[in-house]
Design a protein around this ligand. Structure first.
Ligand code: NAI
Length: 258
């Protein structure tokens, strides 16, 4: 699918994998809406890539609609990358046998609200706008790429909320692709392994932590770079025969229990 002069929305586009995807899409000729909560980083990136920053909390439907409207002003909206997300670590029960020390239900709802419901809300609204497009030469009206995680399959101790949210994104991929096939919009999901982004924090302690994490990768024994993920995003967007698939990009890692 051709993306030159089309518009693209990247949620979570101010940082990490989303930022790398925004750069690649802009380099490919798309007009990118960086949709994020982080105005400082989002505006700086948008300026650099000739895109537009729109303040979007993916749990706020009106803000998502505003981002979709902005994108449609810039060109036919053909690309959505759902990269906004947060991590979490908490065990399902506490150690003292008390109800109060069980996993916070508010935290569970927050993680699912951003990672899963936010992804679906953005997808349903962006795909609605895509359905109004004229098809490109390859027949597509648009393409969506979601960011799940290998934690959808190999969730570790403490990842109940995160894995639930990412498992939901994996689970929606086929039925949503089936729904959108009627209008020629493709949907694929990436399950990243361990990728070097600010999601692991910054500073010397996190550097040590990341080096240790890298040792558990099959090959190469390091964290992935955001650009290695962005490369897959671009492939899934532009390759018109990719649809309804979940692709691990993870150096072959299979996560152990902890
Ligand atoms: P990151 O922390 O560098 O970037 C995430 C971005 O999402 C940030 O700019 C943040 O402001 C934004 N964001 C957070 N909550 C938001 C909300 N409610 N509305 C709008 N924007 C919001 O993280 P990274 O590593 O680039 O992660 C991107 C996606 O990839 C996430 O969904 C994450 O779960 C997933 N992922 C990352 C992995 C990694 O190792 N870095 C591994 C597997 C999945």
């Amino acid at each position: 699918m051709e993306i030159t002069e089309a518009s693209a929305i990247v949620t979570g586009g101010a940082s990490g994998i989303g930022a790398a995807a925004a750069r690649r899409l802009a380099a490919g000729g798309a007009r990118v809406v960086v949709a994020d909560l982080n105005a400082e980083k989002g505006e700086a990136l948008a300026r650099k890539i000739g895109g537009v920053y729109v303040n979007v909390d993916v749990t706020d439907t009106e803000q998502i609609e505003a981002a979709v409207d902005k994108a449609v002003e810039l060109g036919p909206l053909r690309v959505l990358v759902n990269s906004a997300g947060i991590g979490s670590a908490q065990r399902t029960i506490g150690k003292d046998g008390e109800f109060d020390s069980a996993h916070s239900l508010d935290l569970y709802k927050k993680v699912v609200g951003i990672n899963l419901i936010g992804t679906f809300d953005t997808l349903r609204l962006a795909a609605t706008a895509m359905s109004r497009n004229e098809p490109t030469g390859s027949g597509d009206r648009g393409a969506v790429v979601n960011m799940a995680s290998v934690a959808a399959f190999d969730g570790q101790i403490g990842q109940a909320a995160y894995s639930s949210s990412k498992g939901g994104v994996v689970g929606m991929t086929l039925p949503v692709a089936r729904d959108l096939s009627a209008v020629g919009v493709r949907v694929n999901t990436i399950a990243p392994g361990l990728i070097e982004t600010p999601i692991y924090g910054e500073g010397p302690e996190s550097e040590q932590f990341k080096a240790k994490l890298g040792e558990s990768v099959l090959f190469p024994k390091r964290l992935g770079t955001p650009d290695e993920l962005a490369s897959m995003v671009l492939e899934l967007v532009t390759n018109s025969y990719m649809n309804a698939e979940v692709v691990r990009v993870d150096g072959g890692i299979r996560m152990p229990p902890k």
